[in-house]
Design a protein around this ligand. Structure first.
Ligand code: GN1
Ligand code: MG
Length: 361
């Protein structure tokens, strides 16, 4: 890793000299590590990330989206205290690109590392919930006046739940690892929920709700909270920034943070919707959006939480049946455990639907 990163880092326009690499817990898709540099006697950290091009088929388009969004937000932060901790900073290569392509065909990019802030896998308190949701709402609001060409669809149909449903049934049909017979309950759950899959995509299509520039992967660990103040300082992981519905962003945030247990918790009794956290998420998101959501979007917030949680559960199950090719796994039935937490949470969100709806009214 040391030698490899030194070589990769040498293509990026970074002052000072490379000292060493540090690896770190990563997301489910890309590979991430840190490079430490000596800059005039101070150690400065940079993030280096290999873009998973099996998932993101057009890295050039992805980086174009990311850099445009960063540029737009940076414009809004001009003059603000700590601006370089409030939006990601991309480091260009010596030939002026935002990625370096290695001889073996991999794409790497480099960001400034944001110090004195961290991400969480489990939401610890309502104040953090409010902060995280406010940051994602603000992100949406900041992007609501982006001009120019429509952003690229970096992963077409990413939150198109009906199209995810089709992929699920195709995979089930093939059942390449003979796993279908062991997941009958989960399949039955999909059959029960599936009629509701197209509610948001239908509204997007017929203009019932607007298309917006969205983050599309607003899981809790994609926002950094300041170590000292707990303020949500920066939204990260901009790979899926593309056109979509603002409801996807609220839904995924609830999915990933409303339960006190992590996404892969094997004990389902520990997976449920915490009402106080849900309430803080709703308040934070609405405050962050500063009035940019339509009444129809607001009405659909509790449903979006169900739908995106369902969609993720179905994606985990699809990958399990397919033989675990998409999400990185760290134990044999990891994707199945993940699927089960999601479906348990959908059930709880449905049971509490009326109470949750009161909170955005
Ligand atoms: C992936 O890369 P990461 O871990 O932030 C996935 C999301 C899922 C999430 C589930 C590009 O996000 O869509 O909701 O895992 N990202 C992609 O944890 O598929
Ligand atoms: Mg991530």
């Amino acid at each position: 890793m040391q030698a490899k990163l030194r070589e990769i880092a040498s293509h990026f326009d970074i002052y000072g000299n490379y000292l060493w690499a540090e690896t770190r817990k990563t997301g489910h898709i890309n590979d991430t590590c840190f490079g430490v540099f000596n800059q005039a006697g101070i150690q400065v950290r940079y993030i280096f990330q290999r873009i998973n091009h099996n998932v993101f088929r057009k890295p050039e388009e992805l980086m174009s989206n990311v850099s445009r969004v960063i540029q737009h937000i940076r414009g809004k932060l001009r003059g603000q205290n700590d601006a370089s901790r409030r939006v990601m900073t991309l480091v260009p290569t010596f030939d002026g690109k935002f990625f370096h392509r290695t001889e073996d065909g991999n794409y790497w990019r480099c960001y400034l590392f944001i110090e004195r802030a961290r991400t969480y896998d489990v939401m610890e308190c309502t104040e953090h919930a409010y902060q995280a949701a406010n940051a994602f709402g603000t992100f949406q609001q900041q992007l609501s006046d982006m001009q120019g060409e429509r952003l690229f669809d970096t992963i077409p149909n990413f939150h198109n739940t009906p199209s995810r449903l089709v992929t699920f049934y195709e995979t089930l049909q093939k059942d390449p690892r003979n796993r279908a017979s062991s997941v009958k309950e989960e399949i039955a759950f999909i059959e029960k929920f599936q009629d509701k899959c197209s509610i948001i995509t239908d509204l997007l299509e017929n203009g019932g709700i607007p298309e917006r520039v969205c983050h599309n992967d607003t899981k809790l660990n994609n926002v950094m909270l300041d170590d000292e103040t707990g303020e949500a300082i920066c939204v990260i992981d901009l790979d899926t920034v593309m056109p979509g519905s603002g409801l996807y962003d609220f839904g995924d945030l609830v999915r990933s943070s409303v339960s006190p247990a992590p996404e892969d918790e094997p004990d389902l009794a520990r997976v449920y919707c915490r009402l106080d956290i849900y309430e803080a998420l709703t308040r934070g998101f609405l405050d962050g959006c500063k009035g940019c959501l339509t009444p129809k979007e607001i009405e659909l917030m509790p449903f979006a939480a169900q739908l995106i949680t369902f969609e993720n559960g179905m994606r985990f199950l699809t990958d399990y049946i397919d033989g675990d090719h998409y999400f990185k796994i760290h134990k044999p039935e990891h994707n199945l455990d993940r699927c089960r937490t999601q479906f348990k949470l959908v059930r709880d969100l449905m049971d509490q639907e009326e109470t949750l709806a009161q909170m955005s009214r």
